[in-house]
Structures are given as C-alpha cells and as structure tokens.
Design a protein around this ligand. Structure first.
Ligand code: PLP
Length: 419
C-alpha cells in the first residue's frame, strides 16, 4: 500500500495560505534517501551523485541535495544558471547535453563543469569555442538492445545519444592530443528500471570499455558516470529497487574488472533524478466537479499541465483520497483535469473510495518529472511548489503562476496604438 507523507489535516492547514493545486515535497524523505544512496556507494572514494536538474529544477530542492553532498547534472543554459546561483560550480556540475548550443558550452566551460560530449563532432565545436578543458567526458552508445538476463530493457540502437565505440576510441585520442588530461565515460541505456541488475550490468559494460580505452589510447580514466535510469515503483504492487544491493552489485563489477586492470582509483558518479525525488513529491488537487455519462468522472483543479506523465506515457500514478485512506474502494472513476484534450486523465477506471466535491486528492510520485514537465496549454497556469520540512512546518518554494505571468512574454500595448 502506498501511504501519502501528508495528512488531510495538514493539507487543510496549508490551503488556508496556498490553495490547490500544488506539488508538495517531503524534506525528510529526500534527505534519508540521499543518505541511503551515498552509503550504498561509500566503498568508492570519489563517489558523487549529480542530481538531474531537469527532474526538479527548484532551488529549494537543489539546496537540500547540496547539503547531502550531491552535485548537479545540467543540460541547458538555464539549468546551468540556476545551479550557479545555488552555489554549484566546477566539478560539482556535470554538463550532459545534446544538440548543444554554443552559449551553453561557453557557460559550462566558464563554470568549470565536467563537460560530457554527446557526439564526436562536438570535440571540434568545443575546441573552436573555448578550447578543450583538462577534464572531459564522452557519452557512449553501444547500439543494439540492452538486455538483462535475455530481457530487453531498452533500445540504445534507436536512441539519439552518445557515440559508437569506434568514435569513443578516436575521440579520446584526439582529446588527449588537444590537451585533455583526465577522462570520464558516461552512458544512459535504460529509463525507470525496476531491477537491481541495471546499474551493475551497465557498470560492467562501462568498466570493460574503460579498460579497453585505456589500453588503446593510453588515457587516464578519472570517472565513470552511470547516469540516471534507476526507477521507482509507481504502482503499489511493484517491488522497489534496493539501492544497497545495487551499490554492492556495482562494487562487484568494479572489483572484477577495474581493480585487476590497475584502475582502482576510478570514481563512480550517478546522475539520478527520478530515484532521488519522485516518491518524495505529491500533486495535491481538489475535486471540483463530478459528472456521470457513460462513465463516472471526477474533474480536478489540476490537469495534465501540472503532471504530464499520464497523458504522454500512459503512466500510472497512484491516487489517495485524503482522509479516506481506510475506506473501501467501491467506486470506479476516471480522474480528469480540465484541458480540452481527452488524454487529460490522471487515472482511468480507477477504483477508489467515494469521492465528494471538495475532497483533496493526492497524486503520488510526482517529485521528479512532475512540475518540471509542466506547460501552459489551454492557458493553464503552473502550480506552486511547497516543501514539507522535517519539523512538520511548510515553506513556499515557488509561487503559483498568475495570469500576468502567462501574458508576460508579449506586449499588449500595440493593440492600443490607434487609441
Ligand atoms: C534525464 C537524465 C537523467 C536522469 O534520469 P532519471 O530517469 O530521472 O534518473 C540523468 N542523466 C541524463 C543525461 C538525463 O538526460
């Protein structure tokens, strides 16, 4: 069973100041999870998690993760700017972008970030723009299918990211000639994996590549970045990943592949987003309307503009009717938003307790790729973000958009030129 980290009483207190809808984050959960991750990889001296900013680009969240020893993974100009303002600089930043604009490379270089090149041709682009830094990373794409125990996890051969193995070898030779001294290897082969085997399998692949690269090019491998992809159980019946087992699995591959090759000083990095934040966020909305036609619908004051995953991936997000946690689930509803789009449904044919107008609806696991994927379709406004602090008090991290925010990017005045 999935239990919300907030009660109906707490929400009733918060809405007096900040009306629904809003995303709320659980500081205690975020900190405890970050500590579990750091502990699971504490066998590796240089281990560092670079939180994928795109998952939750909110300064109040980045600050908490910074206090837990995390860096940031950025892939755009504004993510770099936000990270700098939050106090991340130099090797606290991984810059893992693709189709990278010049200005993004320039800012990443100015901040001293670890730049991760997505493509072979980016070597020349970066060199011409601002020179090759002493530390540089390249992103690997092995092609084909990524399988664990004959089960296809994902399809890298179809993914736009990274370089082939031949390009990797050539890239490290050229980068070395151009003055790079320390190298990283990065790869992201499967998303939202519910398997304790994903990271260890990926690690083994990258460790073997590291040994080969060192042999063929003579470069010094400083770090191997396992990137994101460790998933969370969105459904109540799914098993959760065990980060301790995952950490031990990576250690085993490290001891079997890197240590015998004399590479026992390689640092392990991760760039997790979903695993760090998803379970520690809820989207809280209110039941606004009920309608009965061929099915029963509950319309909320939140919509897909606040949480896009169900609409674009058909993703499951668990729902709790706050205050009715122990009531029997005897009603079947489609839970919708108000967009003029029929895929604007948080749940389809979901069995829940009887919902009354005004009930607070908790949509689970929205802490990553939730608020951040929001958009303004139908003129809907982005919601507030609130932090539930460890001491039970709460703090506004980001206010809700107002109509004036929606209108801020164009100028009304020319409409009145003739007056
Ligand atoms: C999206 C992304 C991540 C984080 O992915 P999760 O699925 O949230 O763990 C990490 N690294 C890169 C380069 C990404 O694009």
């Amino acid at each position: 069973m999935k239990k919300p980290f907030v009660t109906k009483e707490k929400i009733e207190e918060i809405v007096k100041t900040y009306p629904t809808p809003f995303h709320i984050y659980d500081e205690k959960g975020i900190r405890e999870n970050a500590r579990r991750l750091n502990k699971a990889f504490s066998w590796n001296k240089g281990f560092k998690e670079y939180f994928a900013v795109k998952a939750t680009p909110t300064p109040g969240i980045l600050k908490i993760l910074k206090e837990e020893g995390c860096g940031v993974d950025c892939s755009s100009l504004t993510e770099l700017m936000m990270s700098e303002k939050c106090g991340f600089t130099g090797s606290d930043i991984m810059f893992s972008s693709n189709a990278t604009p010049d200005e993004d490379f320039l800012l990443a270089r100015r901040l001293g970030a670890n730049i991760n090149l997505d493509d072979f041709t980016h070597i020349e682009v970066l060199d011409k723009l601002c020179g090759i830094p002493k530390t540089i990373c390249c992103r690997y794409n092995p092609g084909g299918h990524f399988e664990i125990a004959n089960k296809i996890m994902d399809n890298p051969g179809d993914a736009k990211y990274g370089m082939t193995k031949e390009q990797m070898i050539e890239a490290y030779k050229i980068l070395k000639q151009k003055g790079a001294e320390e190298f990283g290897i990065h790869s992201f082969l499967a998303s939202n994996t519910i398997s304790n085997e994903y990271y260890p399998e990926l690690a083994r692949t990258l460790f073997e590549l590291a040994v080969e690269l060192k042999k063929k090019t003579g470069v010094k491998i400083k770090f191997i970045n396992l990137s994101g992809g460790v998933g969370v159980p969105y459904r109540p019946d799914e098993p959760a990943n065990d980060i301790e087992i995952i950490g031990e699995g990576v250690r085993k591959a490290y001891e079997e592949v890197l240590i015998p090759a004399g590479m026992g000083d390689v640092e392990i990095y991760t760039e997790l987003g979903r695993f760090m934040l998803a379970p520690y966020g809820h989207l809280i909305a209110k039941a606004l309307r009920e309608k009965k036609i061929y099915k029963n619908y509950i319309g909320l004051d939140a919509c897909a503009a606040n949480l896009m995953r169900p609409a674009i991936y058909g993703a499951y997000h668990h729902i709790t009717v706050l205050g009715k946690e122990n009531e029997p689930c005897e009603y079947k509803y489609d839970i919708t938003g108000g967009l003029c789009e029929n895929n604007d449904k948080f749940a389809v044919d979901r069995v829940l307790p009887k919902i009354d107008i005004g009930d607070y609806i908790c949509i689970h696991d929205t802490g990553a790729h939730g608020f951040s994927m929001g958009y303004n379709y139908n003129g809907k406004l982005r919601s507030a973000e609130i932090l539930l602090k460890e001491d039970g008090t709460y703090e506004l991290l980001r206010r809700a958009e107002k109509p004036s925010d929606y209108f801020a990017t164009f100028d009304f005045t020319h409409l009145f030129d003739n007056i």
